[in-house]
Each structure stands twice: as C-alpha cells, then as structure tokens.
Ligand binder design. Structure first.
Ligand code: AHR
Length: 496
C-alpha cells in the first residue's frame, strides 16, 4: 500500500479554533433533559440538586465549552415564567412539537444555569420570537442578568438566586423560517432588529446576540439577514443535519450497508460547501469577519429506534456517527475564522447524542469518544495542512479517503485523522514542516471490527478508544496506519 503523503505546517497558523466549536445543545425534547440530565432531587439515581451525577461527570470530561437551551423548536413555544418559582407550582404544558407529552417545567432557568455552572460551560439561551412578546424576552434578560433593584431581579431573588448569572449568548428565535413562525427573511430580519433592541446589556459581560439563520442552503435567507441587520448582530446561525435517505424517508441508525455509509459521509462533507457559500455572502457585508457563523444545530438524523416514541428522536450511534463527528469538527477547524461556535444536536438521548441513558444506566457513544479525543484542539491554533488525501467511494461517489486536521497550543500539537474507507486501512506519512523540534508521541484510536459497531447498555464498552499503536514519529515524519472506518488523535508534546 502506498502511503498518503500529507504535510502539516507547524509554522503556518491559519486561525484559532474557538473552543465553542465543541459546543452542545439540549432541548426539551424526548428524554434529553428529563431523564437524560434532570432526574429531580428525590430520584434514587444519584444526583446533584436534581442533575444526574453520572452524566455530569462524563460531560465534565469533555470540557463542554457552551450549552444551548431550551430549543430548538421548543424555544419558540417556551414561556420562561412557567419555569421559575417553586417546582410543585409550576405550570404544566403540552410539548406539542415533541411527542405531545406533558412538560412540567421542573427544569427551567435556575436549573439550566446550575447545570452550566456544574459543567463549567457558558450559557447560550434561545429566546421566543415565534409565540413570545418583546416584553417577555426583555424581562427574561432582566431576570437573568440585572443586579440592581427591579421587578424581575427582585423576583429572581425571591426565587432563591441573589446574584445575576452571566449570560454569554442569546439567540433571537430559532428556525424562524419554519417551526419558529414560518416567516419570510425580510419579516424576520425586521423582527430581529426589534427584538434584539430589548436584549439589554445590564451586566459587566456583554451578551453576544445571535440572529436565527438559514436552513441548509437557503442562501437568500443569509443574504437578506446580512443586508438588513448585520450591524445589530454578533452571530448568525446555520442548521444542517446529515440525513441518509431524505427528510421524508429517513433510514435506521443501526441497519445500513456500505452504500449508506458513503452516502452519509458525502452528506456530512457537505457542511464544508455550506459554510463556504454562506461565508462568502457574509464576507460581502462583513469583510472583517466580526460576525460569527454559529452552526448551532448539526449531526445525524435517522429513524427513531423501534418501539420508542417517534417524537422523542431517540437513535443509536455507531462508528458511522464517530466519522460524521470527526469530519464536521475538521470542517469547523478549517473555517475557524468564520465559525465561532457549533452545537451538536443533541447532548443526551436525542439525535446524535454523546450519552444515552436507560433508567439508572448510562453509556458513552462513539461520538462522545471523538469529542473527548479531539478536545485538545479547543482554543489551539489551526495549522495549514496539505497533501494527498486519497479517494474512496462506491456507486459513482468519489470521496476523500482520509481527513486530517492539525493544531498547536502551548507548544504541543494535536493531529486528528479519520479514515472514511469502510473496508480498507489507510497508511499516512505526515511530514511536520516548519519545525526542527523533537516531540514525544502518544495518541488514541477509535476503531471497531464492524462499521455498525455501537455501545449498548449490556455492552457499553464495545467501542472505546485504544492507544494509537500503529504510529511512529521519526525525523519529523509521523507514520500512521489507520484501520478501516476509524478515527485517531495523535498528540505531540515537546521533548523526547
Ligand atoms: O434538534 C431537533 C430539531 O431540529 C430542533 O428543535 C429544530 O431547531 C430542528 O429542526
């Protein structure tokens, strides 16, 4: 096998990989919040103030930088006042979008900020434009961030929280072209201008305002928003899901063949084109790249697992998802000068989750492991990477065989790799150019004997990282052999 020759330019930084690219999203959807994160203080499942301990500990290991809440489509139906005050007196409502189940509002503003505190994550709250008023949104900001005397700040204190919280990010609506109100971009742009006016900056920390962005390749939406409202926004969002089959005809998470595999990889790689094209439009209005492209929903979307509530979007997670995660993170690194945040959909038990739970049991998915293996890319300098990435594919599809991304922080390099080929190993010869330093090599590999391999509650460690054995660093060249359908992360620490 001829090795693929790739060059990593250690002296050619192309931008900073914002750690928020490794962000997450938790919506009031299915068993994402309730059961997945929140079990209540009286649960037999060990918890910290109602938040389940096993999940908290696993998430802490990921260094979750930012968490988006409460939706999604739920956000434009959420009335935050229903979710504060004594829990037993909180209003119960129907979660019309997601399964028609009763939402008891036990997880609300206080519980969300406590979760962020326990995770060490920044808070990204998405407001209600679709069915909420400007006043309601303004009062939520006052409740969360105002430190002085005011009706909302006093109410927060009466509800047990003296000091205001730090609200890092605020989204002015979600998918307002669809579930968030079925609006035209011109109408939403004007509403954005109006609503964001009342997102007041009370605290010492300035709230970063995010406008609801486009669905997939709706470039007109981006153009109208930028033309009409760019000076009033800090970020503009983009949603894109990797859906094998189609929106109307989704496919199962576990039963797939090589043709489905390649289709999934091709669709995951489409994120590159979408960011490039939305970014080009943004460049016309914002050549300095002040405004972040915020990919606040991404991930795989399959058929729900059989015999689960179809409105709960509960799906399993295989090596295929690990590859999708690795490809997306690499694409976000590549576009790190424009992409300032990305939020995987969703954190626990929903879509491409990093954690699944069943009663008191919990498992880490292959996607979790990729996030953990790649976490040293957070806030590192992305390095230029060139070379021969090979090809693979079937049925007329021609895809790169490998994907490689490199970064450097505090002298140490992280080189992450993915082999997209489901059947053939890949040999890589990665030359480190622009440095004469010596490094000590270590690394991890995520691989399995089947592309459909996944973790179950009976066998939770079938897929887990192993030491990267087939790798040698000599004379500035990293030689690595990647098994089929695998993800790896090499760590090069200065010294011998
Ligand atoms: O993540 C699930 C849903 O997908 C979100 O609620 C919505 O924003 C998107 O359509």
């Amino acid at each position: 096998m001829t090795p693929l020759k790739i060059v990593v330019h250690a002296d050619w930084p192309v931008g900073t990989i914002n750690r928020r690219i490794y962000g997450h999203f938790a919506e009031h959807l299915g068993r994402g919040i309730y059961e997945g994160l929140w079990v209540g203080e009286h649960s037999p499942i060990p918890n910290v103030e109602g938040l389940r301990l096993d999940v908290l500990e696993a998430l802490r290991r990921l260094k979750v930088p930012v968490l988006r809440w409460p939706g999604g489509c739920f956000a434009d139906e959420y009335h935050w006042k229903d979710g504060v005050g004594p829990r037993d007196r909180r209003k119960r409502m129907i979660n019309t979008h997601w399964g028609g189940v009763t939402e008891n509002n036990h997880f609300g503003t206080h519980e969300f900020f406590r979760l962020c505190e326990l995770l060490g994550a920044e808070a990204y709250v998405c407001g209600n434009v679709g069915s909420g008023t400007v006043q309601e949104m303004a009062e939520w900001i006052e409740y969360i961030t105002f430190g002085g005397e005011s009706p909302m700040a006093d109410w927060r204190r009466a509800n047990g929280r003296e000091a205001p919280w730090t609200l890092h990010f605020f989204g002015v609506g979600n998918e307002n072209w669809g579930c968030g109100g079925n609006m035209h971009p011109e109408y939403y742009a004007d509403l954005y201008r109006r609503y964001q006016t009342y997102v007041r900056q009370y605290g010492r920390h300035r709230i970063y305002k995010i406008a609801g962005g486009a669905n997939v390749d709706d470039y007109r939406w981006t153009e109208v928003l930028m033309r009409r409202a760019a000076p009033l926004m800090d970020g503009l969002s983009l949603h894109y899901y990797t859906i094998p089959g189609s929106w109307e005809d989704k496919r199962p998470a576990l039963h797939f063949d090589e043709a489905d595999w390649f289709e999934t990889m091709e669709k995951a790689l489409r994120m590159d084109e979408l960011i490039t094209r939305h970014g080009t439009i943004m460049d016309q209005y914002d050549p300095e790249r002040r405004i972040g492209l915020i990919v606040d929903e991404w991930g795989t979307w399959y058929l729900p697992e059989p015999e689960t509530n179809p409105g709960f979007l509960y799906q399993q997670n295989t090596m295929r998802d690990a590859l999708v995660a690795a490809l997306h993170l690499h694409i976000f690194h590549k576009h790190c000068r424009r992409v300032q945040m990305a939020n995987l959909a969703q954190m626990v038990n929903v879509l491409q989750a990093v954690i699944l739970t069943e009663g008191e049991r919990m498992l880490l998915t292959p996607t979790y492991h990729v996030f953990e293996m790649f976490r040293t890319h957070q806030d590192a300098q992305a390095l230029a990477t060139h070379g021969d990435f090979g090809t693979c594919g079937a049925g007329g599809r021609k895809l790169p065989r490998v994907s490689v991304s490199a970064s450097r922080k505090d002298g140490a390099l992280t080189i992450s790799m993915a082999n997209l080929d489901p059947a053939r190993p890949a040999e890589l010869r990665i030359e480190l150019r622009g440095t004469a330093e010596t490094f000590a090599l270590s690394g991890t590999l995520l691989a399995a004997d089947d592309i459909r391999a996944h973790n179950t509650f009976d066998r939770p460690e079938r897929v887990k990282p192993q030491p990267l054995g087939d790798a040698v660093l000599r004379d500035g060249v990293l030689a690595v052999k990647l098994p089929p359908a695998s993800v790896a992360a090499a760590r090069l620490e200065p010294g011998n």
